[in-house]
Design a binder for this molecule. Structure first.
Ligand SMILES: C[S@@+](CC[C@H](N)C(=O)[O-])C[C@H]1O[C@@H](n2cnc3c(N)ncnc32)[C@H](O)[C@@H]1O
Length: 351
């Protein structure tokens, strides 16, 4: 059973570093791995508010190239990390462009590789807590969901472009929503009727399809919002691109550390880091957050960290991706009284 995110509408508590808007997860565990490796040139591929980067930069002799596709996050991180001077290099870009982005910096430093890559996949609180981004059904906002608002299709554009079957497949594949056909039909009906421009209206359409009841404390719209967000941002393709590029970018002996937040992502990370021609997994099971961390940062509840060390040999293999087929469901009716289907949905959270 796939684990699902739960959204938290309340702002995160202030971090020990100050009032940064995003509390980095598994910080001690990440930093322990990089500290053991020592100083070097590291890439934080998901810079966000810069929490992990800040801690990496505290390791003596470290330079961090911080990448994010979200210009707002970059602005916040630049301000936070300004004190590190040219040891911090911010880059606006995506995982799928990482080799191109790093090429110029590596050339300027006379290096062929970096000493490690960190990625803390998913959404930051900066994105989740901004109603204008349309990421959360708990706040009224436009159906956007893009991490990079400067480019690409919004969630509404995507819904308008896809037909019922295509939309159902997205909702099934990325949300593992068993009632995907019914949900898709209700969403398309709302869109055609001109009643689908906000997060609230999207949630209403989903509730029409599956009913209002929560399963395991999870809102009925959670799966659909997750699916659309993953599709809008091409999240699994992006992660696959990062995992493909990592063996070429990380120096022999260097580190790859990935924090993921749901099983679709963790499956990809696990497959890639189990390629023994390339990586030595430093932990057999993913590292998860302590009860103490979860009590102060519920976001950490679903986090899984996998750390691997690059072997000296230069052999790479591709990691495949598996996907499910759509479940059969049909008409958009009023399902507000539907009985729950008894799915054991784990309560988890957005990154
Ligand atoms: C969970 S946050 C990272 C938070 C960060 N570790 C911190 O301590 O503040 C994830 C960030 O990664 C960015 N991101 C997600 N997918 C990305 C991709 N494919 N390419 C570049 N940035 C991405 C998001 O925009 C977001 O700012």
């Amino acid at each position: 059973m796939n684990a699902l995110p739960v959204e938290f509408s309340s702002p995160p508590a202030p971090t020990p570093e100050g009032d940064a808007p995003h509390r980095p997860v598994l910080l001690q565990e990440v930093i322990a791995a990089f500290t053991a490796h020592g100083g070097g040139l590291y890439v934080d591929a998901t810079l966000g508010a810069g929490g992990h980067s800040e801690a990496l930069l505290e390791i003596p002799g470290t330079t961090v190239i911080g990448i994010d596709r979200d210009t707002r996050a970059l602005g916040i991180a630049k301000e936070r990390l300004a004190r590190f001077g040219d040891r911090f290099i911010p880059v606006h870009g995506r995982f799928s462009e990482i080799e191109a982005h790093l090429a110029a910096h590596l050339a300027a430093m006379g290096k062929a590789h970096v000493d490690g890559i960190l990625a803390d996949i998913g959404l930051s609180s900066i994105q989740l807590d901004d109603p204008g981004r349309g990421m959360s059904f708990r706040m009224e906002g436009p159906l956007d969901m893009r991490m990079d608002v400067s480019t690409g299709e919004t969630a509404l554009d995507l819904i308008e472009r896809l037909d019922d079957d295509e939309l159902a497949n997205v909702i099934y594949r990325y949300g593992e929503e068993r009632r995907s056909r019914r949900v898709a039909r209700c969403i398309k009906q709302a869109q055609v009727a001109g009643e689908l421009s906000t997060t609230t209206e999207l949630r209403r359409a989903v509730v029409r399809a599956v009913g209002p009841a929560r399963v395991g404390g999870v809102d009925p719209a959670t799966r659909t919002f997750q699916a659309l967000r993953i599709a809008v941002n091409g999240e699994l393709d992006e992660l696959t691109a990062l995992l493909d590029a990592a063996p070429r970018l990380v120096a022999p002996g260097g580190l790859l550390a990935i924090i993921s937040f749901h099983s679709l992502e963790d499956r990809l990370v696990k497959q890639a880091t189990r390629n023994r021609a390339v990586w030595q997994a430093l932990n057999k099971k993913p590292i998860t957050a302590s009860d103490e961390e979860i009590s102060v940062n519920p976001r950490a509840r679903s986090a899984k960290l996998r750390v691997a060390r690059r072997f000296m040999e230069d052999v790479a293999e591709d990691a495949g991706e598996d996907g499910g087929e759509d479940a059969g469901e049909d008409a958009c009716g009023d399902a507000s009284n539907n009985a729950e289907d008894g799915e054991d949905v784990a309560s988890e959270d957005l990154s």
